[in-house]
Write a protein that binds this ligand. Structure first.
Ligand SMILES: Cc1ncc(COP(=O)(O)O)c(C=O)c1O
Length: 399
């Protein structure tokens, strides 16, 4: 056996390249990843569980992780889910894919919030459904108009099995759905028979904590499925998350062929996370990243106010993103080539909508870079804005 040597094959999804400060990536700051504590937890899990850590896992996920996770969710939300309502997944994307495969049939209509997490649209589209934006106003999803839309689609003989949303520290807006909207939306879902798929990925990243109460914790069992992830609270490379749903849905997932064949998802990492939590590392880590990302958010906010004062935004109470609105109707789209020329990048707002809209907006992420780099990126963005002459909406992208 030879030790692994250098390879030209890729190792990671994200690579930095040409000196561009890319504020488009919603990835963690490398220094925030708990390399040492994870190493210790890995050794501790192997010592504690021995061969059980390396065999096939329990279908819904290992007991130690599920027990701790339910308790933790009880601390950071209004209610703790029951272990029978919990299924461990390979992240939130996997959880969304799984629940869509249980709820949706090709040709169904799936409603989504607008704007919403752009890559969730890809996951949902894999299920050969039609994706339709739910009605929104300046406070977010409009529950009464959404219920009316579900009924109208039903009258056309089509099913609306689910509505996907990120009600807490939304990606891309960083905003949370107000409490009265939450309860009205849950009522609308219960009345129409549509399942709310609540993506709760950013719950732990609240500045300051606590995050608003989840839809899952306040709804009748069966009307909300919550998907969660350790990608933001610990590390995305773990590919570890979960889903909270009515026990029969969890049973249906556990009965799927791939679980029967391969056991619980990502078993060894799931047990290591249980150990990471038992050692107190999870709690310490979340406290540390909360203050890190709060600092990074504050720096980005200060930099945008200083160097791009034309942008309007709401300071997010959590998550990783700042959602800017420029005065020009297509500002977010038209600024991009000028930004590239100035050595900075971002995600244009259009990507977060199903409909042909959102061109006025752009999303900046404050997760990946130190405060100094964030400030330098926004300085470049301010220069790009001046070069683009977008105030009048008449900018012509550079070659
Ligand atoms: C709202 C939302 N859901 C899910 C994900 C992906 O989560 P995971 O890495 O656990 O699949 C992200 C990552 O950016 C996200 O912003």
């Amino acid at each position: 056996m030879t030790a692994p040597g250098p390879t030209t094959l890729p190792t990671v999804q994200f690579r930095t390249g040409d000196g561009t400060i890319d504020l488009g990536w919603g990835h963690p700051h490398p220094a925030s990843l708990p390399v040492d504590a994870w190493g210790e937890a890995t050794g501790a899990a192997l010592r504690r569980y021995g061969a059980s850590a390396l065999t096939y896992g329990h279908p819904t996920g290992p007991g130690p992780l599920i027990e701790w996770l339910c308790g933790r969710l009880g601390e950071v939300d209004t209610a703790a889910p029951d272990p029978t309502q919990t299924f461990v997944t390979a992240g939130a994307s996997h959880a969304l894919d799984l629940i869509a495969s249980i709820l949706c049939r090709p040709g169904d209509v799936v409603l989504v919030d607008s704007p919403t997490y752009h890559l969730a649209l890809r996951v949902i589209a894999d299920h050969r459904v039609d994706i339709v934006p739910a009605p929104v106003d300046s406070d977010g999803i409009d529950p009464a108009a959404t219920a009316e839309l579900v009924r109208a689609i039903g009258r056309q003989g089509r099913r609306v099995p689910m509505l996907y949303l990120v009600p807490t520290f939304n990606n891309p807006t960083g905003r949370s759905l107000p409490a009265e909207r939450r309860s009205a939306l849950v009522t609308a879902a219960q009345r129409t028979g549509m399942t709310l798929v609540e993506d709760d990925t950013y719950r732990e990243l609240a500045y300051p904590a606590p995050a608003p109460a989840s839809l899952f914790g306040s709804a009748e069992i069966g009307s909300v499925v919550r998907i969660g992830s350790f990608a933001k609270s610990v590390a995305p490379g773990l590919r570890l998350g979960w889903l909270n749903a009515a026990a029969p849905v969890v049973d249906a997932l556990a009965a799927r062929g791939y679980v029967h064949s391969g056991g619980g998802v990502n078993h060894a990492n799931a047990l290591t996370l249980a150990e990471f939590a038992a050692a107190g590392s999870y709690r310490r880590h979340v406290e540390a990243i909360r203050s890190r990302y709060r600092r990074q958010r504050d720096e980005l906010v200060t930099a945008v106010r200083r160097d791009l004062p034309q942008a309007e935004f709401t300071v997010p109470g959590g998550g990783w993103f700042l959602w800017l609105r420029l005065p020009a109707p297509r500002g977010g789209t038209e600024l991009l080539p000028y930004a590239a020329a100035a050595g900075v990048s971002y995600l244009p707002g259009r990507q977060f909508f199903v409909a042909e809209t959102g061109h006025q907006h752009l999303r900046l992420s404050f997760s990946l870079f130190d405060p100094e780099t964030l400030a330098a990126g926004v300085r470049r963005l301010g220069e790009a804005y001046q070069a683009a002459g977008l105030r009048s909406g008449s900018g012509t992208p550079p070659d």
